[in-house]
Design a protein around this ligand. Structure first.
Ligand SMILES: NC(=O)c1ccc[n+]([C@@H]2O[C@H](COP(=O)([O-])OP(=O)(O)OC[C@H]3O[C@@H](n4cnc5c(N)ncnc54)[C@H](OP(=O)(O)O)[C@@H]3O)[C@@H](O)[C@H]2O)c1
Length: 304
């Protein structure tokens, strides 16, 4: 840890699910600037992918570099399999596909509930399986990487994120398991737990986010997607398997240390002692806020 140069992408072939916009697109740009041989972007909307490929291509460092796209809904195993078959080699996969519809649980439609599972979990689960089947057959000397994109909500789930946070927790678990299972294939597994960053997806989320969710979240203004990308790459460069994009995410993670890889483990252990004393009092406070919110909602509906 801490020695840089542990995420060398020069000459590597990289796949980014959810690569048409937001974090995925910015990673694509930065990886081309760093000398990746090929960046393949995956998303459902072909027009958006074409625009992003054009934009990233303008950052090529040499004419041998390739930026391409594959338009598909990768929440089905069949799509993932087809895409993987069409790729010659895979050195790195960034699992960025994901989206949240913040609403109170009972306001979510059955379709929104199943989209939550499909987009936030199945895209990563199926693509990881299909990619690993291909990668296991190829012996390479260099380290390869799987980078899952979870959320700080996997660590502290709260009201309004019922369609999203449980699947991001599932990604943490999947990353922990694959970290064991990929040992024979020279693949290092990382899991990123971002806080809010300003992407197209984040702007959409704000439109349905309940007031009580905003209240508990507090004034956590999103960092620019460029900054989020730089932070992720900084930690990958230094060999970290668990990555937070802000201090609050790292602090919250001390309440659920478990067996996942840590960041500044000794400090986290001491901080966890303090935080685990405070946590039940904080829970009392949030429960009080939530109760008041529902009382106000009932009063408002009586007034109408
Ligand atoms: N933004 C934040 O504040 C934040 C915070 C924590 C974690 N995250 C996580 O970080 C990741 C990137 O976030 P972002 O805000 O950059 O995302 P975003 O702007 O919403 O972009 C999501 C990407 O995923 C693609 N996608 C969605 N469903 C797909 C499917 N079924 N098959 C293939 N592609 C699909 C989208 O394209 P199409 O719609 O065209 O398919 C798009 O390219 C996500 O996993 C998100 O949950 C974001």
């Amino acid at each position: 840890m801490l020695f840089s140069g542990q995420f060398d992408v020069v000459g590597k072939k990289i796949v980014i699910t959810g690569g048409s916009q937001g974090l995925g697109a910015e990673l694509g740009k930065q990886l081309i600037i760093r000398g990746a041989a090929k960046v393949s972007l995956i998303a459902r909307t072909e027009s958006k992918l074409k625009e992003t490929v054009l934009e990233i291509s303008s950052f090529k460092q040499n004419q041998n570099q390739i930026v391409d796209f594959l338009a598909a809904d990768i929440s089905s195993y069949e799509s993932c399999s087809k895409i993987v078959d069409s790729l010659d080699e895979i050195d790195v996969v960034f699992f960025c596909a994901g989206s949240s519809i913040p609403k109170l649980f009972l306001d979510l439609t059955p379709k929104e509930l199943s989209n939550g599972v499909n987009i936030n979990y199945n895209t990563a689960l199926y693509f990881a399986h299909a990619a690993l089947l291909k990668m296991k057959n190829k012996k390479v000397d260099h380290k390869r990487h799987f980078i899952f994109c979870s959320s700080v909500l996997a660590i502290y789930p709260f009201i309004g994120y019922g369609q999203y946070a449980p699947l991001k927790s599932a990604l943490r678990s999947l990353a922990d398991i694959l970290r064991h299972e990929t040992i024979p294939f020279n693949i290092k597994v990382h899991c990123v737990y971002p806080g809010n960053f300003a992407s197209e997806g984040f702007i959409e989320e704000e439109k349905t986010k309940p007031e009580i969710t905003k209240q508990i979240e507090g004034p956590s203004s999103p960092i620019p997607v460029e900054d989020c990308t730089k932070i992720v790459l900084w930690f990958l460069d230094r060999g970290y398997e668990t990555i937070f994009t802000d201090v609050i995410g790292w602090i919250l993670s001390c309440t659920t240390l478990g067996m996942s890889p840590r960041v500044l483990s000794i400090v986290q252990i001491f901080l966890s002692l303090v935080l685990n004393i405070i946590a039940p009092f904080y829970t009392l406070f949030t429960n009080y806020e939530i109760k008041n919110y529902f009382i106000k909602q009932i009063d408002n509906s009586k007034d109408k």
